[in-house]
Design a protein around this ligand. Sequence first.
Ligand code: HEM
Length: 185
Amino acid sequence: MAKFFGNLHLVLAAGLLLAIIVMFGAHAGLVDANTIFRWLHVFFGITWIGLLYYFNFVQIPTMPKIPAELKPGVSRHIAPAALFFFRWAAALTVLTGLTVAWISGYIAQALTLQKPYLLIGIGMWLALVMAFNVWFVIWPNQKKALGIVPAEDAVKAKAATTAMIFSRINTMLSLAMLYCMVNFS
Ligand code: HEM
């Protein structure tokens, strides 16, 4: 038992098998590219936003309370691993989200904010801005702040502040974005 649950890959494979049984058992005949991409989209979306909330609700507020000698545990081990899943989940959320809009036949109408697609269009643009912030602001600045690329102490401190501000901007945007995602039909 402990051996099985101690192996994340095996547990994920079992979860996937269970999902496939549900798809072809309870949803037989209705599984298509749209249902698959919608499901993958939500999987990557919650992985991305879950890690965003981990950074904002747990890691950033707790860091100042951690004794200096223990901080490298977070900055050298936990944060880089979390950032890996964070940025790739963001990219895959965008890819699967745009695919859902494309398969559904309204990608152009949504991105140009046309009336019946206004809500999902706003949600998509909010999420696209957030994904841009992840890849082009938060990640490059975190690389400096965490010492993944070399930087002077003053540059590191400034990079950490910039990353924090944009992480907070994404947290702020996420509430409206989620409303749009779940209420468009
Ligand atoms: C640029 C990024 C994103 C794009 C392009 C995008 C696009 C879409 C599209 C087109 C839909 C389908 C709407 C419909 O036809 O019913 C959708 C649904 C949804 N999205 Fe996103 N989305 C993005 C980011 C996110 C994020 C970050 C989350 C966070 C969890 C998320 C969660 C959801 C959820 C829960 C649904 C509802 C699925 C359903 O009810 O079938 N999306 N998104």
